[in-house]
Design a protein around this ligand. Structure first.
Ligand SMILES: [Mg+2]
Length: 387
């Protein structure tokens, strides 16, 4: 058997090499493909979406924007003013009034995304799809030295899309996702297990995918701010504060130890419906209006499921509070369903597990763990789901 192309410097499990590819400022960069004259300017994408097939709009001066839209993404030039993806456009307008606001053009983004992924799998066929602009690739069986492979991937993506991506190649998914961020934009970072103490431990613990704002806050209160400080912590103490599974996971992750496999096919996918309200609504004071909105979302979601001939085994909700904090909750149905009533009941069960004392600006319902229809069209029976 031909010797495997090993790169001794990055083997946690001998020969394992995982690449994370992340397109740079993806949506904004796709917009610049169509409007190269805007290169180098502060550009924000957001607000009402561009209708499929419609001519590229001229956009508007961000300072003139009035509304409740959110910035989907922005160029590095706009980030220099403090604008960030997910920020309210009114807030962004205050920071960068002279920036240009363009409507999101998802048709073009999907086209570029497909070209990006096709170029990557032509070199490394084992891929985990992580969304419109990022993927994992398993390079373990792909011949060639890591840096050369990384460059080949970047060149192939650039030729196929006209866009740059940043790449991290390490022994596992956790480290590769951190590595691809280290030299953005247009970066290529190769990192071995042995380099974790020098190149990862100095970083903030929040660079680890899976350490959210709440966990980071709690760690900070324990005096643990960097990856290295968590790695040096007593694992029993971490388990004491975060529980057996998360505490243990945190300690291992801080040592860069993580060997979850690539999820190469993500079926079943999830389907969601969400809406941003005209004005912030209070869960108690606007209860009637909110339950109408919830039923409407569930009814439209049920229609989406019917059109795809699938049923949901999982239902989730997404809430965005007036301060833009977002929470999600999920439940599992005992019987797969797409009955609007069943979806609503499940969503209500999720709502019982979130703080409903503050105003909301967005509500979403997600149908997950989808299964093909056939033999599951039984009617909804109350109490059929578990937390
Ligand atoms: Mg990206």
């Amino acid at each position: 058997m031909a010797p495997k192309a090993t790169d001794p410097s990055i083997d946690s499990r001998p020969g394992r090499r995982i690449a994370h590819l992340d397109m740079d400022a993806f949506f904004a960069s796709v917009e610049l493909l169509e409007r190269p004259e805007l290169k180098g300017l502060p550009l924000v994408v957001g607000g009402p979406r561009r209708r499929p097939g419609s001519e590229p709009g001229h956009g508007m001066r961000l300072g003139d924007y009035r509304g409740r839209g959110v910035a989907t993404t922005c160029t590095y030039e706009a980030r220099a003013f403090g604008v960030r993806s997910g920020m309210g456009l009114m807030k962004a307008a205050a920071l960068a009034p002279e920036a240009l606001l363009l409507p999101a053009n998802f048709e073009a983004y999907r086209r570029s995304s497909a070209a990006f992924k096709a170029a990557a799998v032509a070199i490394a066929p084992v891929m985990e799809d992580r969304g419109i602009d990022e993927i994992f690739l398993d390079l373990t069986e792909v011949p060639g030295e890591s840096r050369e492979l990384g460059m080949r991937l970047k060149v192939a993506v650039r030729e196929a899309t006209g866009l740059t991506c940043s790449v991290g190649i390490t022994p596992n998914k956790l480290l590769s996702k951190i590595a691809s961020e280290l030299q953005k934009p247009d970066g290529l970072t190769i990192l071995s297990q042995d380099e974790v103490p020098t190149r990862i431990w100095p970083l903030a613990i929040s660079v680890i995918n899976g350490v959210g704002p709440k966990a980071a806050e709690k760690l900070r209160s324990l005096g643990l701010e960097t990856v290295g400080q968590v790695a040096a912590a007593n694992p029993a103490e971490l388990i004491g504060h975060f529980g057996q599974s998360y505490g243990r996971w945190l300690f291992e992750a801080a040592h860069g130890r993580h060997d979850s496999p690539l999820v190469t096919s993500r079926d079943p996918k999830s389907i969601s419906r969400e809406t941003t309200f005209e004005r912030d609504l209070h869960p108690k004071a606007d209860r009637e209006q909110l339950s109408k909105i919830l039923l409407d979302l569930c009814t439209r979601l049920a229609g989406d499921l019917a059109r795809q001939h699938v049923l949901a085994k999982g239902v989730g909700i997404k809430l965005r509070y007036e301060d833009f904090r977002t929470v999600t909750r999920d439940v599992t149905l005992v019987r797969p369903s797409r009955d609007p009533e069943a979806l609503r009941e499940a969503a209500r069960a999720c709502l019982k597990r979130v703080d409903l004392d503050r105003k909301l600006r967005l509500l979403g319902v997600k149908a997950g763990t989808l299964v093909e229809e056939g033999g599951f069209l039984g009617e909804f029976q109350p109490g059929l789901f578990e937390d």
